[in-house]
Ligand binder design. Sequence first.
Ligand SMILES: [Fe+2]
Length: 189
Amino acid sequence: MKVSANLVPYEDIGLGIRQYDSGLDKEVLDDIFELCRYTLPCPHHPGFQCSIFGDPRDKILKVFNHPSIQKLEESFVKCCQSYWNLEVDHEVTGWVYLSWTDSPHSKPFWHRHAEDFYRLSGVLYLTLPEDAETTWFSRHYDLEKKDFFSLPHVTNKWFIFPSMMNHLPGHPGNSNEMRICIAADYWIK
Ligand SMILES: [Fe+2]
């Protein structure tokens, strides 16, 4: 474990969530878009989502090892190392989540990705329709309390947060355009 990673500039957007530039150029982002837009639903997860890097359990999308997906993974790892200011043996997993107004699959639900502090999560929106929601955060996910926090409506940024934080993927809006979200986890081995 090496304290002191290459630090990447970020914006502190609240609740300990940081916003980083992905550093990915248009060509790479276009590649990722083309690879991800035809994803099929993985039988193990709700909605249209499947793995794209890390643990290739479902292998539905078959984009593992594509150079642009590798760049996406590297950019996520770089942000996580910077967040913790730590270079450490780690594991990583990334997946894509597609949603649109008439999506026939099950609705997203409040969840978290870990029960300990040694895991970070990231979200990057590849596309975000104008009226789509981003991702909601709350300690008390009681709709009546309305004490929610949502990520800024911007694409191609990594939002990095502790995986213990409860969150809810937002609604894709009413345009029926595709909301394409890349999500990933990074943890110490
Ligand atoms: Fe999540």
